[in-house]
Design a protein around this ligand. Structure first.
Ligand code: ADP
Ligand code: ZN
Length: 632
């Protein structure tokens, strides 16, 4: 068998994605590998395909029980013998699994890092051939990351104890340089092939909405997508409860998840979501790690997250199947306060020194600022994200929320000069609020105490609105004319470049929303989101998609599986477009592996024949070639 046969037979895919092949080839040559790819890029394929081709067993180290279960179910669904060993099994079940594994029943075994320390497991591992140890969520090994797991350090000891060093491969979605270095160094990867794939997720639509009522926006948005699956993230438990109640009262099939619920209730709610019994979930960021649900069509952030890393990871849970999905952030200025409060009360590792704690706090604050700028930028959101993750020279994407808004450019060089003068007047000793207050000619007690009315810049920009001045300052920070200090008070200061503005060597322009568009705003935006499946399927096609979805739900109930483990949305859409009428045609469908066909193929063929009478109607817009080409 070749790697292509494996991909076709077990996964039903016709080609590898960017990066997958490079890593797989490298591993098959017996070398270590490190894959840094965003959520949904297809990391599992990178270690599972070689695992099926290498002579011995592959151990996959994974931090979460739910993640292991999902992956193993998904492999079994594809006809691969795989198992997991973790604390959710009884001692008897573990013994049985290890016996079967010893007999060579499983090519792939998922284990929790804690398990590696146990005598019994080590004994087993020494008695069989381990071809590879694949470390999933490898950033958990880094002390700097937000998800440090001390038990990940066991991996190194464990590997050393094996009679023959296996191939080591590691995978993560966290791209920062420190974390990458940590993984290579701590895990002891030897000259690893390191692959960082593009962080771009073409099928995701990004938007930030500054709306008057977030609740109203949410109600409309969710009601508009009745049968679709979505996650709504909130910063606090209280908000989760509030949003949950609102949606419930609207009659939406919704559930909730946060650390305040009992573990039984969390498990039950999570299952309701995964099995599509309740397609919408309102949750804190405690939810999501280890959720592989591929048909999440939108991720809405009711509150701003604490960092771009968090945001991209959470938003990235949309559209894992490659279908068009929305990532929308509802902005409110007070969110930055909530987050600052949460960060200040965050638990820190008690082993850290005072200095290390300071460093972490500073980083947190900086990350929060970057997140805030994302919410307020008028530039392309996709380009902003990609630049943050280290991809240079990204132009505007033309299809995110900001690219679709038609801003007008306004020259604000004179106003920028006033800001710089004001900073001079204030000796750069204050934060943004005092600066803005001074420029507006404010009369608050604090401003009076600082006696700012004595400065020439006092009230110099009284004709602007507060937000306009803040936007301009934000723009000047992004352009590198101003900076904020990293201490608690975040003083606003000029950089060396600011003099260029005063010397008329450059201009400052700001994008503004045209006045007329502000009136239609609220309603427009609710509809004006990204591409939807309805872009491809016409009305009849959507009806047919619902029929197929019904059959999928039916089968999933019979087998007690989450529906997306029967077939992904993408596979169903592909069926609607191709309308396969026989086995050969069915095997062409994206995601239709040989084993899956044996299990479900006939039933779907029957359903298609019954509903179309064998007549191939056109269920989509545009040309078939173009659609199939685009979706690969
Ligand atoms: P990650 O672990 O990187 O978040 P997954 O491994 O869960 O991503 O893959 C995300 C989705 O992409 C899955 O539904 C997977 O089956 C699909 N996928 C992976 N590789 C391919 C491929 N070569 N062609 C089509 N779909 C793929
Ligand atoms: Zn864009």
């Amino acid at each position: 068998m070749t790697k292509y046969d494996v991909l076709q037979q077990y996964y039903g895919y016709h080609s590898f994605r960017e990066g997958q092949e490079v890593l797989i080839d490298h591993i098959l040559e017996g070398k270590d590998a490190l894959g840094i790819m965003p959520t949904g890029a297809g990391k599992s394929v990178c270690y599972q395909v070689p695992a099926l081709l290498l002579p011995g067993i592959t151990l996959v180290i994974s931090p979460l029980i739910s993640l292991m279960k999902d992956q193993v179910q998904s492999l079994n669904q594809a006809g691969v013998h795989a198992a997991y060993i973790n604390s959710s099994l009884t001692e008897n079940q573990i013994a049985k699994a290890l016996t079967l594994a010893g007999q060579g029943q499983y090519k792939i075994i998922y284990v929790a890092p804690e398990r590696l320390e146990t005598e019994r497991f080590l004994h087993f591992a020494k008695s069989v051939e381990i071809s590879m140890v694949a470390v999933d969520e490898a950033h958990c090994i880094s002390q700097w990351g937000q998800d440090f797991r001390p038990s990940y350090l066991n991996i190194v000891q464990f590997v050393k104890k094996l009679p023959k060093r296996p191939i080591l491969s590691a995978f993560t979605a966290t791209a920062t340089g420190e974390v990458k270095e940590d993984i290579i160094c701590v895990l002891g990867l030897e000259n690893p092939k390191t692959l960082v794939t593009g962080f771009d997720r073409q099928n995701l639509f990004f938007a930030v909405e500054h709306v008057k009522s977030r609740t109203r926006y949410l109600q409309h948005y969710v009601a508009d997508r009745e049968k679709e699956s979505g996650i709504i993230y909130c910063a606090t438990r209280k908000n989760v409860e509030k949003v949950y109640e609102t949606l419930c009262s609207e009659g939406i099939a919704v559930t909730k998840y946060h650390a305040g619920l009992s573990s039984e209730e969390r498990q039950r709610n999570q299952d309701d979501f995964i099995y599509d019994r309740k397609p919408v979930i309102v949750a804190t960021n405690a939810f999501g790690m280890g959720i592989d649900k591929s048909n999440v069509r939108y991720v809405l952030h009711y509150n701003m997250p604490q960092s771009m890393e968090n945001y991209y990871q959470e938003a990235g849970r949309a559209g894992r199947d490659g279908e068009a999905s929305d990532c929308i952030l509802l902005y409110s200025a007070q969110d930055i306060m909530i987050n600052r409060f949460l960060l200040e009360n965050k638990e820190v590792n008690p082993n850290f020194t005072e200095e290390e704690c300071m460093t972490i706090r500073e980083r947190d604050e900086q990350r929060l600022q970057t997140m805030n700028f994302y919410c307020n930028t008028k530039e392309c959101l996709r380009a902003y994200i990609l630049r943050y993750f280290g991809e240079k020279n990204k132009g505007a994407c033309g299809k995110c929320g900001n690219c679709q808004k038609h801003y007008v450019e306004k020259d604000m060089t004179n106003e920028a000069k006033q800001i710089i003068r004001c900073l001079g007047d204030l000796h750069e000793r204050y934060g943004i609020n005092v600066v803005v207050g001074t420029l507006l000619g404010g009369k608050s007690a604090k401003l009076r105490e600082y006696r700012v009315e004595r400065y020439p810049s006092y009230a110099a920009l009284h004709k602007l609105r507060e937000q306009e001045i803040k936007d301009l300052i934000g723009q000047m920070i992004q352009d590198g004319y101003l900076k904020q200090t990293k201490d608690k008070y975040a003083l606003l200061q000029t950089t060396g470049k600011a003099q260029d503005i005063m010397d008329d060597l450059c201009t400052v322009t700001v994008k503004m929303e045209p006045k007329s568009s502000q009136i239609a705003k609220e309603d427009d935006r609710i509809k004006g989101t990204g591409k939807r499946r309805s872009d491809i399927l016409n009305t009849r096609g959507l009806e047919f998609f619902d029929i197929l979805r019904g059959l999928r739900t039916h089968i999933a109930r019979e087998e007690s599986l989450p529906p997306y483990l029967v077939f992904s949305d993408k596979t169903l859409v592909d069926m609607c477009v191709r309308l396969p009428m026989n086995r050969t045609e069915m095997m062409e469908v994206n995601g239709m592996g040989a084993y899956k066909f044996e299990k479900y193929g006939e039933r779907f063929l029957e359903c298609i024949l019954e509903n179309t009478g064998g007549i191939r109607e056109k269920f989509y817009f545009g040309e078939m070639e173009e659609i199939l080409g685009r979706k690969r």
